[in-house]
Ligand binder design. Sequence first.
Ligand code: 13P
Length: 343
Amino acid sequence: MDTNKLEQIAKLLVAPGKGILAADESLSTIEKRFILLGIENTEENRRVYRQMLFTTPAIEEYISGVILFEETLYQTLHGAEGEKTILFPDFLIGRKIIPGIKVDQGLQDFEGSEVEKITKGIETLQERLIDYAKSGAKFTKWRAVFTIKDEAMPTDACILENAKLLAKYALFAQEVGLVPIVEPEVLVEGSHTIDKCKEVTERVLKVVFEELKEKEIYFPGMILKPNMILPGKDCIDQSNSKEVAEKTLEVLERCVPDEVAGIVFLSGGQSDEDATLNLNEIVKLAQKSGKNLWPITFSYGRDLQDSPIKVWQGKEENILLARSEFYKKAKENSLASQGKYLN
Ligand code: 13P
């Protein structure tokens, strides 16, 4: 295992003032985003949309890496008529943006449950990783989800099964020189309180790190992508950023070893303003603690894309405006990752 290479890539991904764009929506997820705007979910429309994001001028100031969906890894950037085409990973590398790829294959019901899910794709993973690395990917992401429902869910069995898959994935990725982003997401759907989310996230992270240790994952070459500690979407008691920051940092400090290369949050259905404000508060609190904690930044999908996609609406004439909206969102989150947003 090339630990130096893993560590170097992981460090670049969480470099100061930078974060990751998650542009790895599956075919069905991007369809949900497109339908709302009346955009047809064709391969070409997905390519044009992603090209619009990747070609936004100067985003490399704020974006260290992009998580691609498998289809995008093999698509090309189309320039003006007669210009040479270039594969997206090569184009990104040329801009000093690191290409990565989502390597899980979505979710399936866990042991007949209609609520609990485990992540698919482990059987074919080792083979696929070799192809992804050949195609220019430098890092990977695997997402597991946990639903809070009554006192019963998530079950210990579902947590353990997903944690084992995350650890196996991280090992396979590191073995071929790809940095793993380990993403255990406690979902925001539901009416649970913020304290319930805190308790469940802590339970999940403890088991995930036990399994990662068991597989001897090289932590300086691995990144954690957790949820923030938030009340459920339908909880009547919503929290302010300060409370979110305190509880999030408390859980992470209890569960995440110091050697882990960095923490990159998912936005997980928060409004884009909330995801940025909450990141800013978490970073400010970490700075105030005076402790030497891991780098903390963003790996946002919806937060970075919600407004640019609405401006774009699938129309060529809106591309310039949509790009400036994306640049603005990337800059705001860069500031938040330094605790400097709206200060
Ligand atoms: P969101 O920021 O939209 O939650 O997406 C991040 C992600 O990569 C989910 O897997």
